[in-house]
Write a protein that binds this ligand. Structure first.
Ligand SMILES: Cc1cc2nc3c(=O)[nH]c(=O)nc-3n(C[C@H](O)[C@H](O)[C@H](O)COP(=O)(O)O)c2cc1C
Length: 378
């Protein structure tokens, strides 16, 4: 198929060269595409991508370097690079119809945790992929590594939180070049030339490469009353390219509620009652899609807050792997995870870990790596 395409392009080039003045086709001879001149900044990337079967032309003779790529098209490019492995089932999005030309690619990309959509069940297949989205998808393909340094972008504040590590990683590893100066231009659409450039750089600089593998889908769920557990949960989710869900109480905990020195405060009353189940606001969409669920919580009186019990009793965790982690002032995890375990049926609980408040991103990533989970496309 690839060879036939190349042959067709060569034949077309030969025919056109015979029919028209030679000078008009210098770029065609050099890059294989009439709209990619050999001295353009993206010529090397376009040729590299074609030669390495990473990305082909918009037609046999045109690459359309300045055109946008849609989100579905990027998924299709990565899916093809991965060898178009067989996929079964349906994706979780409501705007990717069965039988669409990109259906298998989007299903594969979502199973590999490369794409997670906009939320609300939407993927936006026909939307142009933005530079920060493209970068995040490539970063996830690499296994969502630590950034390894600072992106030093002059417009860093415009980068969405979910894309911050990816953007810094892309700069440190020379994957995505700035649009001008040190501008990352996160919300600008990624042109086909920019995508080709990023794919070339990725192919050259990143190990592991995009390969098909049976990655599991991961959710990081957490409860955090005073925002100590929250950043740790975010580090875990970032490092895995996982979805994240905050367990939000229907009735927020006030500082009076959290006063454990008061024997009649709300938390003391709840923790004294093993059957207390404080209500949660909102829920996890499509819990069935996840294979691994991290659960983070603070230690309250040596145990997990009762709202974590509410959470665990709200879903079927049968067949899932659960990884608990907690923060505390000084107590260990104690029996908190064992007691939570008894609330789920058929789940595989891994040993958990207690962390101090302020634990670094690197320490959290080290912990995640030590678990040896097969969770991403790398
Ligand atoms: C009601 C309550 C009970 C607590 N009990 C303990 C405890 O038994 N041992 C401990 O080391 N810390 C205890 N702490 C401190 C919290 O575990 C610690 O501050 C935690 O990191 C807070 O996490 P968060 O900000 O994510 O809610 C308690 C805090 C509260 C509010």
């Amino acid at each position: 198929m690839k060879n036939l395409k190349c042959l067709a392009a060569l034949m077309m080039a030969a025919i056109l060269t015979l029919a028209l003045p030679v000078t008009a086709f210098a770029s065609l001879e050099d890059t294989g595409f009439s709209d990619v001149s050999a001295d353009s900044w993206y010529a090397e990337a376009v040729v590299y991508c074609r030669e390495h079967s990473l990305m082909f032309g918009a037609s046999d003779t045109a690459f359309a370097p300045e055109n946008d790529l849609t989100r579905a098209q990027l998924a299709a490019v990565l899916y093809r690079i991965a060898g178009s492995p067989a996929v079964t089932g349906r994706d979780v999005f409501t705007d990717t119809p069965d039988g669409a030309w990109y259906a298998d690619a989007v299903l594969w990309a979502s199973r590999q945790n490369l794409v997670s959509g906009y939320g609300g069940g939407l993927f936006g297949p026909d939307d142009p992929v933005s530079r920060e989205q493209m970068t995040t998808i490539l970063w996830r393909s690499a296994g969502s590594p630590a950034a390894g340094g600072n992106g030093n972008y002059s417009d860093a504040s415009a980068i969405s939180a979910y894309a911050a590590t990816a953007a810094a990683w892309a700069s440190v590893n020379g994957i995505v070049r700035p649009t001008s100066g040190s501008m990352f231009s996160p919300k600008a659409n990624a042109t086909r030339a920019q995508v080709a450039d990023a794919l070339m750089n990725y192919d050259r600089n990143v190990d592991p490469v995009i390969t098909p593998s049976g990655g599991a889908r991961v959710l990081v769920a957490y409860f955090s009353a005073t925002n100590t557990t929250k950043p740790l949960a975010e580090y875990v989710a970032d490092s895995l390219g996982a979805d994240i869900y905050e367990i939000v109480p229907q009735t927020p905990y006030t500082s009076a509620d959290l006063n454990y020195g008061n024997s009649s405060s709300r938390t003391t009353v709840e923790m004294n009652d093993p059957d207390a189940r404080p209500a949660i606001s909102g829920s996890v969409e499509n819990m069935e899609q996840y294979d691994i669920v991290f659960i983070g919580y603070p230690i309250w009186w040596g145990q997990a807050p009762r709202i974590v019990s509410t959470f665990l009793e709200s879903y079927d965790f049968g067949g899932k792997t659960i990884v608990p982690f907690c923060t505390s002032n000084s107590s260990g995890m104690g029996s908190s995870a064992q007691n939570l375990h008894s609330l789920t049926n058929g789940a595989n609980w891994l040993d958990g870990q207690r962390f101090s408040g302020g634990t670094s991103r690197n320490a959290m990533v080290d912990w995640v790596n030590s678990l040896g989970l097969d969770v991403t496309a790398s």
